[in-house]
Design a protein around this ligand. Structure first.
Ligand code: ADP
Length: 161
């Protein structure tokens, strides 16, 4: 069985992430969406909330599993015997960091490769950070996130009436 891992903070999951999940799951037998627990970023949603939202919006995708991981991605990928890590690339600004991560992971382990999926045009400007900024001040982000996420954001920021 060919397993791929799509790691990230997903704080929270957006339509851009969801697009990568849909495309990634077509390429592999099993796709693990791996939520980083101890990423350097401090999140708006805690990791349990982030996982629950991803589970809810991927519940109809039989070959998608939502997991959390601590520590190094390379250790987690080896432990799960995955053959690939999937990352999304938006603008060129994503490239430097992703390239460095790829090089380091490739030095550390030869058991998997990293596959970069280019963001679909309509999502190429979408980021969790920008979405949180609009939601914070009460703007609807329903066009950019799955419904449970836009509702959770409104609630988090006290705009749910
Ligand atoms: P991280 O903290 O690991 O960057 P993110 O949750 O921000 O976690 O992103 C996870 C992955 O999804 C990254 O590879 C990122 O480039 C990708 N990604 C984020 N937003 C989009 C989008 N709108 N379209 C395609 N890929 C995206």
């Amino acid at each position: 069985m060919k397993i791929a891992i799509y790691p990230g903070s997903f704080d929270p999951i957006t339509n851009g992430h969801l697009d990568i999940i849909e495309r990634g799951r077509r390429l592999f037998d099993h796709l693990m969406v791996a939520v980083a627990v101890n990423s350097a970023k401090s999140g708006l949603f805690n990791f349990q909330e982030r996982m629950d939202l991803i589970k809810e919006v991927t519940s109809r995708m039989p070959n998608v599993e939502v997991v959390s991981f601590k520590g190094l991605l390379v250790d987690f990928v080896e432990e799960k015997k995955a053959i690939a890590v999937i990352r999304g690339l938006r603008a060129v600004t994503d490239f430097d960091y992703e390239y460095a991560m790829y090089q380091m992971n490739n030095e550390m382990s030869k058991t998997f490769d990293t596959i970069f999926l280019l963001a679909s045009g309509e999502y190429s400007y979408l980021s969790s950070t920008i979405i949180k900024e609009y939601a914070r001040y009460g703007r609807s982000v329903a066009a950019f996130t799955p419904r449970p996420v836009s509702e959770a954001l409104l609630k988090k920021f006290g705009h749910d009436g």
